[in-house]
Write a protein that binds this ligand. Sequence first.
Ligand code: NAD
Ligand code: SER
Length: 317
Amino acid sequence: MVKDKILVIGASGQIGVELTLALRKVYGNANVVASDLREENDLLKGTGPYVSLDVMNKEMLHVQVIRQNITQIYLLAAILSATGEKNPNLAWNLNMQGLLNVLDIAREEQIHKVYWPSSIAVFGPASPKINCPQQTIIEPITVYGISKYAGEFWCNYYHHRYGVDVRSLRYPGLISYKSAPGGGTTDYAIEIFHSALEEKKYTCFLKEDTYLPMMYMPDAIKATLSLMEAPQELITVRTSYNVAAISFSPKEIAAAIQQHIPDFSIAYQPDYRQTIANSWPQSIDDSTARNDWNWKPDFNLELMTADMIDNLKAPNV
Ligand code: NAD
Ligand code: SER
């Protein structure tokens, strides 16, 4: 049996760091090559191979895939919703061309599996707000959402036309303490913990009653590994799977934090990100993922809040 050798692109980012570490536990340190445009994240140093790589440079990407005998690619390099609205052309170019470069190379080199995340940002104002289904009206209003929706259909196309085993999840907002978030609308739910611990106050860029789908990073890693390990015949969705865990508002997460830090206070100063948040569903129906490959999250708001605070107080990484 050929041993899998994995390339993670965007490994120094919020998800990349934790996913690379998790993959190294499963596949062995030497078999997971981390790569990024920016320098290697401190948490990755000494845990396995790292290469500097621009996913937009298809030739160099191709060379690395051949040189390192890569058999699986996890593509995490992207520009997220809030940053994307500041530079729509850049977001479209990276999010689309990066994916097409990876899919083309996967086809040419017969890569066993590709992972590429989509997002709840594919949904728009016309999508149902509560328990938004897997298949529904999808009319995204951000360049990020448009790029993710188009990307989903490129994944579907490369699977059906060329047999590329590409799999995808529509992540909700991801909350983590190990590596910093990269410019999303849901980043408030991470900033709030740091501010609560450092200053006991936080000014939120979303209104108090803005409910959004969220997930704690250990659940996101679990979902990703489960999807990628599932037998091919169980994968019925070749665009991207809805996955869900928690839904809360800034007011609710502030109250959960106050259980641990009673003198923490929150103020609200909504900015352009409010419009983005308003366009997304408040909660997601992930029954297809639950049925197909047994998806089930472990963390609710209370468990996540306690774990975030414990780890940020006494880093244990
Ligand atoms: P991030 O911004 O933290 O990390 C992205 C990484 O990609 C960064 O380290 C960046 O340096 C790298 N990168 C950027 N341009 C590159 C290039 N040209 N070549 C190589 N690397 C490059 O993002 P993240 O939060 O880790 O997100 C990873 C993926 O998950 C993205 O596709 C994102 O859309 C998706 N996602 C994230 C969330 C979330 O809440 N974090 C939610 C839904 C979907
Ligand atoms: N967390 C991401 C964002 O806010 C959702 O894809 O952009």
